[in-house]
Design a protein around this ligand. Structure first.
Ligand code: ATP
Ligand code: MG
Length: 261
């Protein structure tokens, strides 16, 4: 079995990378073989796992242009069972390649490249950039499902309709199996009335889209947590840096729900 999950939201700074890194790490810590695929030129997922530019020669850009196989750029991380396909800022150049008029099936390039590692991993988790451009479209076209992190702040739902439209369009055309795995409220603060209001709105309008642990009425919410914010500077997922923190527990619960799915 091999399940490909994209973490997407074209809104910036909503917790995509944090979710991709910590869900991938939690699944790996539960014994699954996981590939975290950094598909953002900002390379935050790569940096969050402690890699700097000098640690690797080739990256996902080389895979997408066809000069390397995905298996040739994969790095082992300090977390057992967790591998990383790194990115660099050079990945911005791929948009030009994707837009080349000669390029056929440009939405399906990543899907094609992923095939060589099918069977090696139980899960492939893709971190995508804050845009609904060709990189994110490639991520969604290669995925079985998508998790949409939603920051519990003002404007939380801005752009959500456009993202949902894109998902349903892809479903009708090039990727009929694409499912919305769920919405994940992030950076929730119990002291903040606005945060509470956003969560109440989400629960009211999208209850069935939120993640629930078995037998629990409450949905999984990632709290705003200082350990989550600190962990990338130590090059570790929060589930390894502070495994008992509230932030880590939320991501461990999310992994449990996904394994039960
Ligand atoms: P971008 O759109 O730029 O790729 P993103 O959606 O990937 O951003 P993140 O980088 O995951 O968002 O998070 C944005 C910032 O918020 C980061 O500094 C991150 O450390 C911080 N952050 C994310 N989740 C939490 C949390 N639960 N508690 C505290 N800080 C958080
Ligand atoms: Mg990011």
């Amino acid at each position: 079995m091999n399940e490909v999950i994209s973490i997407a939201n074209q809104k910036g700074g909503v917790g995509k990378t944090t979710t991709a890194v910590n869900l991938a790490a939690s699944l790996a810590q539960k014994g699954k073989k996981v590939l975290l695929l950094d598909l953002d030129p900002q390379s935050n997922a790569t940096t969050s796992l402690g890699f700097s530019r000098s640690d690797y020669e080739f990256n996902i850009y080389h895979v997408l242009i066809g000069s390397k196989k995905l298996s040739e750029v994969v790095l082992e991380t300090a977390i057992k069972n967790l591998s990383l396909a790194p990115s660099t800022i050079g990945l911005v150049g791929i948009e030009k390649e994707f837009y080349s008029p000669k390029k056929q099936n440009r939405e399906l390039i990543l899907k094609e490249k992923i095939k060589v590692v099918t069977g090696k991993f139980d899960f492939i988790i893709i971190d995508s950039p804050p845009a609904l451009g060709p990189i994110t479209i490639n991520a969604l076209s290669a995925s079985d499902s998508v998790i949409i992190p939603i920051q519990c702040e003002f404007f939380a739902l801005e752009g959500l309709a456009q993202l949902l439209n894109t998902v349903s369009l892809l479903k009708k055309t090039i990727n009929p199996k694409l499912k919305i795995k769920g919405f994940l409220p992030t950076m929730y603060s119990g002291q903040n009335n606005l945060s509470k209001q956003v969560l109440a709105d989400l629960s009211h309008h999208f209850k069935e889209r939120l993640f629930h642990t078995k037998g629990s009425e409450a949905c999984i919410v990632v709290p705003r947590n200082v350990k989550v914010a600190e962990s990338p500077s130590f090059g570790k997922p929060v589930t390894a840096y502070a495994s008992k923190s509230k932030g880590a527990i939320a991501y461990q619960e999310l992994a449990t729900v996904i394994l039960e799915d």
